[in-house]
Design a binder for this molecule. Sequence first.
Ligand SMILES: NC(=O)c1ccc[n+]([C@@H]2O[C@H](COP(=O)([O-])OP(=O)(O)OC[C@H]3O[C@@H](n4cnc5c(N)ncnc54)[C@H](OP(=O)(O)O)[C@@H]3O)[C@@H](O)[C@H]2O)c1
Length: 358
Amino acid sequence: MASNVPTSTGLISSWFVEDLVLDRPDAKAKHIIQCIGSSSLDKGKEFAKKHCPNASPTIYGTYQEVYNNLDVDCVYIGTPHSFHKQNCLDAIAAGKNVLCEKAFTINAAEAKEVFDAAEKKGVYVHEAMWLRHRPLVVELRSLLFDDKVIGDVFRMSSDFSLLIDIPNLPDTSRYKDLNLGAGTLLDLGIYPLTWSFLALDPNKPGASEKPNVFATQTHIDGVEVTSSILLQYPSTGRQGVVTSTTMSGLRDPVVCRIQGTKGHVDVEGAAAAAPLSFTVYRRKPGTKSDTKDDFETKKYDYPKIGRGFIYEADNTAVDIAAGRKESAIMPWGETIRVMEIMDEIRKQGGTKYPQDQA
Ligand SMILES: NC(=O)c1ccc[n+]([C@@H]2O[C@H](COP(=O)([O-])OP(=O)(O)OC[C@H]3O[C@@H](n4cnc5c(N)ncnc54)[C@H](OP(=O)(O)O)[C@@H]3O)[C@@H](O)[C@H]2O)c1
């Protein structure tokens, strides 16, 4: 059991809270929305009425009051990326466990600062990379690397596109303001990037291999609007092609394709962040080409429970109840590694945030 408390009343907090209050007889944990923190009491009240009408949380007009509440076990941080570091540090200073949205921070240096503080204070901190918690991902990796259903994986590709009319947004929008971490990589590209790690590297998070990275990024009015990244794993030669853009809303129903020496896997879903099924295409024995009829196929479907945030929420609650300080699915070292890779992509692509050191 854990009290999971959102700070901020934006889009992601609403999705997360709606999933937390779903009625699930087989839930691994019971979540109580003890309170809600917002920059405005009225926004907080409106949020509670709309997204968790049966939960009766206490509403605060500051985040600090949430951190100070002794009944709170875990704080969920859903502010724009640039606030994550300070929100985490404030919650940690008050002795709170934290589940913090992706991108965990603006850069790796900030992430290290947060984990150093968590270690000193002895609290649990976990980057909310919900994709990694999905049962689909666990089964897929077992089929790829334990059963080798498509032979030896040699490459993957994944894209996340979202059409956003950035020039016509207010300057204060998190999609436009560099102070808030505007850009596709930290917002969208982090998902296809995560797919590359999941599909190409059999190692457990925390023991992952460092890929070589080649990246290019395009900017409009200083905001990064398209990223293209090539990854190559030195030990296997496996390659990943990872892209993100806010210039197009076109999405392929295949959110990730993984190819191996004996076939391929297509992961299907609404977006790279939200896979719903995958299909294994195994080349039939004796086949010399790869036409449609040359494959035997098997589709793996997964139930759609809310939006899919329950898995990370339950795993966080179970971790905290067990006294763990890190998630085995997204340990601190893995968050730092992902941030370092994104730092390198931004360095090559020419994206700099005010928070980056000179
Ligand atoms: N896991 C996912 O699938 C997913 C999806 C979308 C976003 N995210 C992540 O979640 C975070 C928030 O994204 P979002 O789309 O929910 O953003 P959003 O809708 O703009 O909400 C952000 C909230 O943060 C608070 N905030 C505090 N200071 C702010 C400021 N100066 N400007 C704007 N907001 C401020 C506001 O809440 P109060 O006024 O109530 O304090 C605001 O409603 C980002 O890091 C993003 O990467 C994750």
